[in-house]
Write a new protein. Sequence first.
Length: 281
Amino acid sequence: MNQFNIAELTTVLINRWKFIVVFTIAAVVIAAGATFFITPKYTATTKLLPGNAVLADKARLFNDEIQHLYSFFGSGDDLDRLMSMASMDTSLKQVIHAFDLINYYKIKEKDAGMGMYKTIRQFKKDLSLVKTVNNELEISCAHQSKDTAAAIVNFMTDQLAAKMKNIWKLQYEKINVQLDSSIAAISNDYNNLLNTATSNDPIAKTKMGVLLSQIEQFNKMSIETKMAAAITPEALIVLEKASIPAKISWPNKAVVLPLAALLGLIFSVCLVLISAKPSRF
């Protein structure tokens, strides 16, 4: 079997060192030249903390004893909810429409649904949602325009905050509709009793007293619910707003050129060994 021994392998590489060096330098030069033909991208990043969902509880607003017991910062579960909402296709579609990303990615599809699907796939490649070890949500977006990269990230932040607050608000509004319906029904029962009961009917008076008590209680709950819906807490806290990036993120020459040198070196060594004629031990 023909094989290289260590001495022969070393001799072959030493004899062809000029070829290896020239090939490696050529690989670096070609990679450097190729970067000039690649449209650069800029990456903008923001860092967020989740708001505490417990702060949306209306009981906290009307109880002085527990009002200041809760942290403004949410837990890991709150952060997971933020990530889930930010990555939903409905959220991404709003960004796509707002920044005309279908044309940016040059998606040409007669079927609008397929065109949106392909745009979402492309957008996800440029979008990064990362949960850091400090329980922060880091949103990054790469774009050929540095201004648009920052605008997209900040738009997603505002959109996410508004959605979370709207969820809490809608829940209280639904409760308030139910309370108003109950108040109307109880008030109707009270008016019926008032119109039909005699002044000496103790049972009717007792029922009317109970109904008035219920109306008063439900009115109080309705007022509290409306106040809770009007002053929902912040769903997220922006630690670092996305700013316009100062430098290109891709192609990254600090990564591309060393990688090209390494690959050129490996490939040239392989070429030398393959082209050399092995001898027997």
